[in-house]
Each structure stands twice: as C-alpha cells, then as structure tokens.
Design a protein around this ligand. Structure first.
Ligand SMILES: [Zn+2]
Ligand SMILES: [Zn+2]
Length: 262
C-alpha cells in the first residue's frame, strides 16, 4: 500500500509525505519545523520514519524548515545541482547536512525517484515522479508556468498526482497584486492556472491517472470551488465522471488529516 499525505500546500508552505511499504519520504519542507512536526503527529506520522527529503526548488515556501530540520534529524536531502548550490550559498542548510544531487533517477530505500522538469523562476526547479516497490506511481508537479513534456509524460504514467492549479486568470488580472508580480505569475516561468491544469487533466485520466490532488492554490487569486469546478467541467466534457473514472480533491493549505491511498 502506498499513500500520500498533503501536509501543506499553498504559497505559505508546501510539504508532502509519501509512504511506501516500510519507508517514507518528504517532498519539500516549506513551513517551520514545529508546524511540520505538529502536522505529522496529527496524522500519526513521524519525521523519524522519513528516509529522504526531496526539494523541488529554493523558494522559501518549499524549504523554510530545512536549516533547523536537518540539524535535528539526520535525513539526506536530494535536489538538483542548481537548487543545492543556492541552498548552500544562501545558508539555508546546516554545514553538516548530507546533500545529494539528483540528476535523473535514483533508488532510495523503498522508492525509485525521477526528477521531472518544471518551468519556474528558480535556479533549477523540478517536480518528482516516484515509484513504490509495488509499482504504484505518484507525481508531484507544482510551481510551473506550463506543464513540460516530461511532466506530462510522468503524470500520464502515474496512479496519483499532485498537479498545480494556482490561480484563476481573471481573479489574478483584476486582483490587487502589483503588475510585475502578475506578469511573473502568468509567465512561462510562473505558476499553472486553473485553466491550464483543467485542460491537461482529461489526457492524464485517459492514460490511467485515477487520483488527483490540485495543489499550490493561491489564497488571493483562487478558491477551492473555482479550481475544482473548472477541473471537473473539463473532465466531464471529455466524458469522465468524478467517483467513477477518477477522484479529485484539493490539497488543503494545511492538512485536514486526509491521506490519499494509491
Ligand atoms: Zn511555491
Ligand atoms: Zn516557487
């Protein structure tokens, strides 16, 4: 059995716990250590079972716990070369941290982990495609201006995926953000809109994806209702029915105690 627990998901912080048979990994650690420990204990989980942390990129909503966490727990950290270089130079990880570059695919305890290219205004961002010993597959792809070919291929091969559904384009355009920030979010190196996410989902479900969590929702420029309804409408236009062909939910800003078995 494999499961994913979305501990945190938004521009305030991101962290996903993925459990295989006997080991677990964390994707990102973007709240403070106390908050992560509390969220985990509320779900009956412990950082002591985490064998590796995989970081997608260096923005603070993905890494803010690392310095304290890696001091307290001896857990290896994996990321791209560019991300590791930034974390080291900017003093975001302790000198004692065990850092490993992930170039392509690697095996760790229970998991095979492959990095997946994303398009984002960070040093060398990526998402992750993870295979468990039972050949259950999960993708985590957020913080990307568009879905790269690699990301589409990974999600299409997954049973479970976290896909970014960051903003409603009209809410963002009409909202209070400064022009330069709006431009950044809407660019190819920004964040994935509800529309772009929804448009891609039927292909993924057609290829065999059955469980979807919409992630990294903006709290200013989106609502869970908008993101969900746009995705479900797009899937139903393709003849796909929630509960029969797929299950779709929102990764909450902070855990609501629900895990997704895949
Ligand atoms: Zn982010
Ligand atoms: Zn980011």
């Amino acid at each position: 059995m494999a499961k994913i627990v979305p501990l945190f998901s938004s521009s305030k912080g991101n962290s996903y716990y993925i459990q295989g048979n006997s080991a677990a990994i964390l994707i990102d650690a973007g709240r403070n250590l106390k908050q992560i420990e509390i969220a985990m204990s509320q779900n009956g989980l412990s950082l002591r079972d985490v064998r590796a942390i995989f970081v997608t990129h260096e923005h603070s909503d993905h890494i803010s716990a690392l310095k304290v966490l890696l001091k307290r727990y001896d857990i290896p950290l994996y990321a791209s070369r560019g991300t590791l270089a930034y974390l080291t130079q900017a003093d975001k990880v302790p000198a004692s941290a065990r850092l490993y570059e992930i170039t392509d695919e690697l095996e760790t305890d229970d998991f095979r982990v492959r990095r997946v290219a994303t398009s984002h205004d960070a040093a060398e961002p990526c998402g992750y495609f993870i295979t468990t010993p039972d050949d259950r597959r999960v993708s985590v792809v957020t913080d990307t201006g568009y879905l790269t070919e690699e990301a589409r291929a990974a999600i299409s091969r997954s049973h479970m995926a976290v896909v970014e559904s960051n903003h409603d384009v009209d809410m963002l355009r009409e909202g209070m953000y400064p022009y330069i920030l709006k431009k950044r979010i809407l660019s190819d190196h920004g964040h994935l809109s509800n529309a772009a996410c929804a448009e891609a989902l039927p292909d993924f479900v057609g290829a065999g994806l059955t469980r979807i969590l919409l992630g990294h929702l903006s709290e200013e420029n989106n609502t869970p209702h908008l993101a969900l309804s746009e995705a479900i409408e797009s899937l139903s236009r393709a003849g796909m029915v929630q509960g029969a062909d797929y299950t779709l939910d929102i990764a909450p800003v902070a855990t609501n105690g629900r895990a997704v078995i895949f």
